[in-house]
Design a protein around this ligand. Structure first.
Ligand code: AMP
Length: 437
């Protein structure tokens, strides 16, 4: 690299800095709580896998495999791919660790970065974060509804407004040939209206035409035969079961037969939750997923019904109201030192207060007491405790409540309790431009 060239992150890949990271942490913490409240346990899989895993599971004719994967040869000349989604790796781990033999039902969640070489734009990145939920071993439609409800409740609990929950069934393998024939009968005479990719999809996988980014809004696609009219009895009964369970849970949703989703492994139920507010714009899909009852067997395991979803953390952050700063925890107390001896006393006292569970900040740089008080104020701490020579001798501190302005001497041994007893931190203040002292 030329030394005059500016160092830059890879296009479509972002740094996450404070205070934005605090909003992310809030979403991730909340999601973890909700997942675990539903019995899902965490797993972590590598971010790279051997390339055929994705080609086989996601499907050769999908956009993800055809155009978007980051694939490279490692030093042993094996083809590796940065994971574009989580399910393939999770299914591999499920089989590699013999889970089908160990437990009848496996419920896992995972989180981490995914990589797709897409056209980078607001809400669409080349490295993005997903949180992912997968359940293996349950064929009954109540778990489909429970996952949809989980996603809906997570988003509404976070305060996201305008949530739109869309469900569909793409049918099982027994329904596919029938629907494929119907799509071909519709699209073949109208092939001239389709994009080049979709004309190719007529021979590879006509279902993919329905979610083509270029053609999805064209009348030829909107008026295509509905998958719901081509479901056999089992798929129809299952989908009715999903809707009955959603109704029983009181989850608002609508059925959209165009919701086929971009990966080949889906069978039966598919769903997507969209946001209509915040900064989302056109990239409004917050999360989605569906059943993949064939995938485990296709990857060499026993026949195993499965269902899962992923949501995109960036999208959820965009939809979530509240300034980033509002998600940052301010210190409970800021320690200010008057003189060298007091600085060391503050350092020790900070350790004691932190061990008592408080968030404590102090000034390490040599600055005046005035500058320290200004920094304490800027830090939005609930209180400041000042130690000078007199306080050192008396083993006290001057504790000042930064919202009321009240100040009193408190024995150092009682400081933690005194801080804890104060009113909640003052409300957050934004847009303060004064330089740090
Ligand atoms: P998918 O794995 O394609 O079903 O996507 C699931 C969710 O991940 C979507 O609803 C988005 O919230 C998010 N997502 C997918 N692709 C991207 C991307 N390129 N950039 C940001 N978020 C994405």
């Amino acid at each position: 690299m030329n030394s005059s060239e500016r160092l830059q992150a890879v296009k479509g890949m972002n740094d996450l800095l404070p205070p934005a990271s605090a909003k992310w942490a809030h979403v991730e913490r909340r999601a973890r709580e909700v997942f675990e409240a539903h019995g899902y346990r965490e797993i972590r899989t590598p971010i790279v896998e051997y390339t055929p895993l994705f080609v086989r599971s996601i499907g050769e004719a999908t956009d993800v495999v055809e155009k978007e994967m980051y694939t490279f040869a490692d030093r042993d000349q094996r083809s590796l791919t940065l994971r574009p989604e989580a399910t393939a790796g999770v299914v591999r781990a499920y089989l590699e660790h013999s889970l089908p033999m160990k437990e009848p039902v496996t419920r896992w969640w995972c989180a981490g970065p995914m990589f797709r070489h897409e056209r980078a734009q607001k809400g669409r990145y080349r490295q993005f974060y997903q949180m992912d939920v997968e359940a293996f071993g349950v064929a009954e439609p109540t778990i489909d509804a429970e996952q949809i409800a989980l996603l809906h409740e997570l988003f509404s609990g976070l305060g996201i407004a305008g949530i739109d929950t869309v469900v569909n069934s793409v049918g099982g393998p027994e329904d596919r040939p029938r629907y494929r024939d119907a799509l071909l009968a519709w699209f073949q005479p109208r092939a001239a209206e389709l994009c080049e990719d979709c004309r190719r999809r007529l021979t590879t996988n006509p279902l993919r035409i329905l979610d083509c980014k270029q053609d999805a809004d064209k009348a030829v696609v909107r008026e295509a035969p509905s998958v719901l009219e081509h479901l056999g009895d089992p798929a129809r009964a299952h989908f009715a079961g999903v809707q009955a369970a959603l109704d029983a849970l009181g989850v608002p949703y609508r059925v959209d037969p165009r919701l086929v989703r971009g990966l080949d492994y889906y069978t039966g139920t598919t769903f997507e939750v969209r946001g209509t507010g915040g900064e989302l714009g056109t990239q409004n899909a917050l999360g989605g997923g569906g059943r993949y009852d064939q995938l485990v067997a296709e990857m060499g395991g026993p026949p195993t019904p499965a269902i899962g979803f992923a949501f995109g953390v960036e999208r959820v952050i965009m939809a979530l109201p509240g300034a980033d700063e509002d998600f940052e925890a301010a210190p409970d107390v800021f320690l200010a030192a008057h003189g060298e001896a007091a600085r060391l006393a503050c350092l020790r006292l900070a350790r004691t207060l932190r061990a008592a569970g408080l968030r404590v900040d102090l000034e390490h740089r040599t600055t005046s007491i005035k500058a320290q008080l200004k920094r304490a104020d800027r830090s939005r701490a609930r209180a400041v405790a000042i130690l000078g020579e007199a306080e050192l001798a008396a083993e006290t501190a001057q504790l000042k409540d930064l919202s009321s302005g009240e100040q009193r001497a408190v024995p150092q041994a009682e400081l933690a309790a005194a801080v804890r007893g104060m009113a909640a931190a003052p409300s957050r203040r934004h847009g303060r431009a004064e330089p740090e002292v």
